[in-house]
Structures are given as C-alpha cells and as structure tokens.
Design a protein around this ligand. Sequence first.
Ligand code: CO
Length: 215
Amino acid sequence: MCELDNLFTNNRQWTEKTLEEDPTFFNKLSQQQAPEYLWIGCSDSRVPANEIVGLLPGELFVHRNVANAVIHTDMNCQSVMQYAVEYLKVKHIIVCGHYGCGGVKAAMENKRLGLIDNWLRHLRDVYQKHNEALLSIEDEGQRWDRLCELNVIEQVYNVCHSTTVQAAWDRGQAVSVHAWIYSIQDGLLRDLKATVTCQDEIADAYRIAMASKRL
Ligand code: CO
C-alpha cells in the first residue's frame, strides 16, 4: 500500500465519470488540443485554473509559477507563450493573480527564503516601483491586495511587450491580453480592466488600470 494510492484511485474514478458523460472524450483529446486561451497564473494550490473558469482538459493552455510573473528572460514562460500564440493560435492570454498571494507577501516583507528570493526580486521591483501609492494604504491587508492587483497589471504589460505578442500583432494576428484577479475568499474572478488587443492600447490600458482604485 503506497501512501499515494488514493491519487490513483481518484484518477480511475475521474476517468470512469468522464467516460460516462462522454465515451469519446479521451479519444477526441488524444487527436489534438485546440485551446483558445492561455492562462498565466500563480502556482498556489488554491487557484486551480481549469476549475475556476469551468473549462475541460483541452480548453485551456496553462503556465503557472510563483506569483504569476512574466519575466522577459524566463525561457519557460516565454516558450509557453510562443507555442500558445504561434502554434495553438490562442486568442486570449489571461494573466490571473489572486488576493492573498504568498509570493507577493514574501516580496513585501523582504524575508530571506532561499533560492526563491531571486524570483521574488521581480515582485520586489513592482513593489518599489509603486512604493508611494502602496505606502499611502494604511491597512496592511489592503496594501497586500493592491500589490497583488498591481503585479497582475505589470505582468500584462510584460506580456504585451514580449517578442511573441509583438510579432503576432505585427502580422495582424488577433491576440487579447487580460488582467484578472481571483479571490480565494469568495471564489470569484474580477477583471482589472486592463485588456489590451493591439500595440496602440498598451499605454492607455496600463495608465487607466494603474489609476483606478479597486479596493
Ligand atoms: Co500566489
């Protein structure tokens, strides 16, 4: 008896249930995937991408890392974006952060956690960039939530400036980039209204989203 046996049991139950609903489900999926959306989210176990938006396997291409960061030199994330846009032809890239993000909190507190501190420096940069606005928020919890929002907007900006998205827009491929945030407390998604659909919209979308107060 392996302590992970329950996961295999769950897996068999899931396949049985799925096949009951659609006997051709796995056959169809094994032929191809044609997702319309790329989800860039946090690794947090409480933010499961497909479940939140009610999409089945095959419908959502997913990249997750700590605090949903899009770093220009992160070849993992950049490769996912390139493949999703150029080969899967996704129509939407959704950067989805979440309130109560531990990665964002760690960056705020500047604690030493080890290797991950290098990753969190990117979040720290966001924190410092918006230091003045953030420090004007007295309540620490609200400041944390606001940094979670600002981080999503900054990452959308990074997606828009990626070589992949820039090249897609140059050749006239329709790709929209969205800034969403998820609340673990009520399970609801909120649109941070920073959607960008072409090069000309980047600056305004960023400015308007940054200026708006959501808390
Ligand atoms: Co998180």
